[in-house]
Design a protein around this ligand. Structure first.
Ligand code: SF4
Length: 205
C-alpha cells in the first residue's frame, strides 16, 4: 500500500471527490491528520516569544529563513527550533502509516521538499505537487487560488508584543534594511507573494 499526504494548498485546488478518485486510480491512500498542528505550532511560538530577548524569526518558510540568514547574518535575531506545520503533519503521517509502506508528502515548494528530505525519514518521499503531477501524470482541472489556506496573519501575541507580517521577498528586505527587527517581537515571513498558493511547486493542472 502506498500513502500520500496532500498539503492544504493542493487540497484547495481541486474538487475533493475528483482528487480522491485520482488517488484511488493510482492505488494511493490519502493520510488525513488527526492532530491540530496549527495550534501546536502557535503555542510553540508563544513559548519562544516569552523566552526570547530579540526578534523571533518565523521558521515556517525555509526560503525566507535562508534569505534572512544569508543577507542579514549579523543581526540580533532568535531562530526558534520549531519545524514548519507541514513537517509536523508529515511526521504524524509517517508515525501512523505502516512503517514498510511508501509515503509521499506533497509540498507547495521545492524548499519544503528539500527540508523534508533532509530528515531522511524511512520510506518517505517529499516532493512538490508539481513533481507529483509530472511523476504520476495527473490530469485534473485546478482552480486558480487567490489566497493561501494559511494566510499571512497566522500569529496572535499578547498586547504590547509587535508582529510584522512580511508577505514577500521585498517586504522582508525592506523590514531588515530599516532595522525594524529591533522593535519587533515576532517576524512572520512568507517568501512567495501572500503565501504558499504562489509556491514554485503549485501547478494549475
Ligand atoms: S511561502 Fe513559498 S517558499 Fe515559503 S513555504 Fe510557502 S510556498 Fe514555500
Amino acid at each position: 500500500m502506498t500513502y500520500v499526504w496532500i498539503n492544504p494548498v493542493v487540497e484547495k485546488l481541486y474538487d475533493p471527490k475528483a482528487l480522491t478518485q485520482v488517488l484511488d486510480t493510482l492505488g494511493m491512500t490519502r493520510f488525513i491528520n488527526q492532530e491540530n498542528h496549527v495550534q501546536d505550532v502557535k503555542n510553540h511560538y508563544q513559548e519562544a516569544v516569552n523566552q526570547a530577548t530579540s526578534c523571533v524569526i518565523d521558521q515556517r518558510c525555509p526560503l525566507a529563513v535562508q534569505h534572512v540568514q544569508s543577507h542579514y547574518p549579523n543581526r540580533s535575531l532568535t531562530y526558534p527550533q520549531i519545524q514548519p506545520i507541514l513537517i509536523h503533519a508529515a511526521l504524524e503521517a509517517r508515525k501512523n502509516c505502516p512503517s514498510t509502506a511508501l509515503l509521499y508528502i506533497t509540498t507547495p515548494c521545492q524548499s519544503l521538499a528539500e527540508l523534508g528530505d533532509s530528515l531522511a525519514l524511512d520510506n518517505t518521499i517529499f516532493l512538490t505537487w508539481r513533481a507529483f503531477v509530472q511523476k504520476f501524470k495527473v490530469q485534473l482541472a485546478a482552480k486558480k487560488l487567490t489566497a493561501s489556506p494559511i494566510p499571512p496573519g497566522f500569529f496572535e501575541l499578547k498586547t504590547g508584543q509587535k508582529i510584522a507580517n512580511l508577505c514577500n521577498k521585498n517586504q522582508i528586505d525592506f523590514f531588515f534594511q530599516q532595522h525594524q527587527e529591533e522593535t519587533t517581537t515576532l517576524a512572520e515571513m512568507l517568501y512567495c507573494q501572500d503565501g504558499c498558493h504562489n509556491g514554485d511547486g503549485v501547478t494549475d493542472v
